[in-house]
Design a binder for this molecule. Structure first.
Ligand SMILES: [Zn+2]
Length: 532
């Protein structure tokens, strides 16, 4: 996610810096210029018909027949077989009947050019619902993809591309060694926190990120047009694969209610249909997102901003930018997230902060780093997560409940033991945890928590809060400009569970990002390659 646009950073201080207004003005001018510029290209915005001209049932198969140039003659036919469009028929010559057949899936998908389509912030539930309603049938069914923790773009895609550890959870982060906060806006605009984006062929101009959360639909529409232009240019130049990152799906997810998100994702299905048609079926596509997006039913209300710094101050802590004495706490706030992180002066401060915050209604789970373990607290339970090596280069993770059953993992632990996938000391592999708890409220929590606090980012917060579904933390300035329908960042399934789907061989479900990378390599011969 790039939730917090550069011009609307948390700190009210920023507005008084000379750079603030300049960035704002430049962002809007460049964004406007770019949007105007992109309209001068070829008419890539041509609309894909909402329905086929004719739909014919033939035994178990359905045929969709199209007259795309509206000349009264069929020019494209698709066969739906067991839920998947497995035959595409094109005319052999202009104006002729659609007799040339493209069989899907390809016997060797690695021989066709590959589009890796990376979305931002699309919940599994959204894509599953659309698929069940008949959308995205050029693809195999979506698999559940369990993202990393924190459920944020840069850590997630750094895992996919192998470009981690990510400098900070977000562009603004606390640098413990230097004892200061990063220059969030500058680091953001330099792309400093997203090394993985250098492996993509298309990413929205940074300065447009600001506009995106104000006008998500229009930026999304222009991203679809530009993505198609980049795809066509690269494929015509002979590229074996093209990597497109659509950031605006995150803004759509944050700003719109589910029914309206589905309308926007249906536009993406139309985009895919047109792309496959215009490339005469000679393209494979893998589509996934980096993390989920909550969609709480709040009876028409929006999410509420939680003033965490005030809560800490009221409890006697000093909320500051540098850690100088006991009681000091740094709270980086950049995006609008259901995740908060704190850096504390010492272990005593960490324990005091944890005691205060675990009792708060806004906090669903609190995780604290304690030497080489993660302590997990809810209002009614506590546990310890540990990690060790398996002696073969892999890692094993344990979850020991010390009070109640804080994440509801007792049954899964018992099942792992019975299946022989947990050792006597309570350790199991990340894969075993994923398979045992992939559909739980807190999927694969032990490995995700440990990695999230120790290895995924060079920023290693002392305390991390996963909020309940009604609250978010972040920029007070930005939250006055906008109302959130959903968010992410936290540990819960609603922020975690996203999807991956391919036009060829389905990814086994549930999966994680390393499994997606392995699948892309094995089935499509794809490996991340720097593009810039
Ligand atoms: Zn986001």
């Amino acid at each position: 996610m790039r939730d917090n646009p550069p011009a609307t950073k948390r700190n009210d201080l920023i507005a008084s810096k000379p750079r603030g207004p300049a960035v704002t003005g430049a962002a809007f001018l460049i964004a406007l210029a770019a949007m105007v510029g992109c309209r001068t290209g070829r008419p890539a915005a041509a609309v894909w018909p909402a329905h086929a001209e004719r739909v014919i049932q033939s035994g178990p198969d359905t045929y969709f027949e199209y007259d795309l140039d509206a000349d009264g003659r069929l020019d494209y036919v698709q066969r739906l077989h067991e839920g998947y469009k497995d035959r595409l028929y094109f005319p052999r010559s202009a104006g002729g009947p659609p007799r040339e057949v493209v069989t899907r899936p390809a016997s060797d998908p690695s021989r066709r050019p590959l589009l890796v389509l990376l979305l931002d912030g699309v919940a599994y539930e959204r894509m599953r619902g659309l698929y069940d309603a008949g959308r995205f049938r050029l693809f195999r069914p979506p698999a559940r993809l369990i993202s990393v923790f924190p459920t944020l773009t840069d850590p997630a895609y750094d895992v996919l591309f192998g470009t981690g550890p990510t400098p900070g959870y977000e562009a603004e982060y606390f640098d413990r060694a230097a004892n200061r906060l990063s220059d969030g806006v500058g680091f953001y605009l330099r792309g400093g926190n997203e090394r993985w984006a250098r492996y993509t062929d298309y990413r929205l101009n940074f300065l447009e990120d600001a506009v995106m959360y104000l006008t998500p639909r229009s930026v999304y529409g222009s991203e679809l047009r530009r993505a198609r232009e980049v795809l066509d240019r690269r494929l015509k130049a002979g590229a074996p694969s093209v990597v497109i990152y659509l950031l605006s799906t995150d803004a759509v997810g944050h700003m719109l209610p589910p029914a309206e998100i589905d309308v926007e994702l249906a536009r993406l299905d139309a985009w895919v249909e047109r792309t496959v048609y215009e490339w005469r079926g000679q393209i494979e596509i893998v589509m996934l997102a980096d993390h989920g997006m909550s969609a709480p039913d709040l009876a028409g209300e929006h999410l509420s901003l939680w003033d965490l710094p005030r809560v800490l101050r009221d409890a006697g802590f000093r909320v500051t930018d540098r850690l100088e004495r006991p009681g000091d706490v740094v709270v980086p706030l950049f995006g609008l997230l259901d995740l908060a992180r704190l850096h504390t002066y010492d272990a005593a401060t960490r324990r005091q902060v944890s005691e205060v915050l675990r009792q708060r209604d806004e906090v669903e789970v609190l995780a604290a780093r304690d030497s080489d373990a993660v302590r997990v607290y809810t209002k009614t339970g506590a546990a310890v997560v540990r990690c060790c090596t398996d002696g073969r280069g892999g890692l094993l993770y344990s979850f020991e409940a010390t009070e109640g059953d804080p994440l509801g993992l007792a049954d899964a632990c018992a099942a792992l033991r019975v299946a022989g996938r947990m050792d006597a000391a309570g350790f199991a592999s990340a894969r075993a945890w994923l398979e045992a708890t992939g559909e739980h409220a807190f999927p694969a929590a032990p490995p995700r928590l440990w990695d999230g606090l120790f290895s995924i980012s060079r920023e290693q917060p002392d305390v991390v809060l996963s909020l309940n579904e009604r609250f978010y933390v972040g920029s007070g300035v930005f939250s006055r400009l906008t109302r959130l329908h959903g968010t992410h960042g936290g540990l819960q399934r609603r922020a975690t569970e996203t999807f991956v789907m391919t036009t060829s061989v389905a990814v086994p479900s549930p999966c994680d990002l390393p499994a997606v990378r392995d699948h892309l390599d094995r089935e499509f011969g794809w490996e991340p390659t720097p593009r810039r």
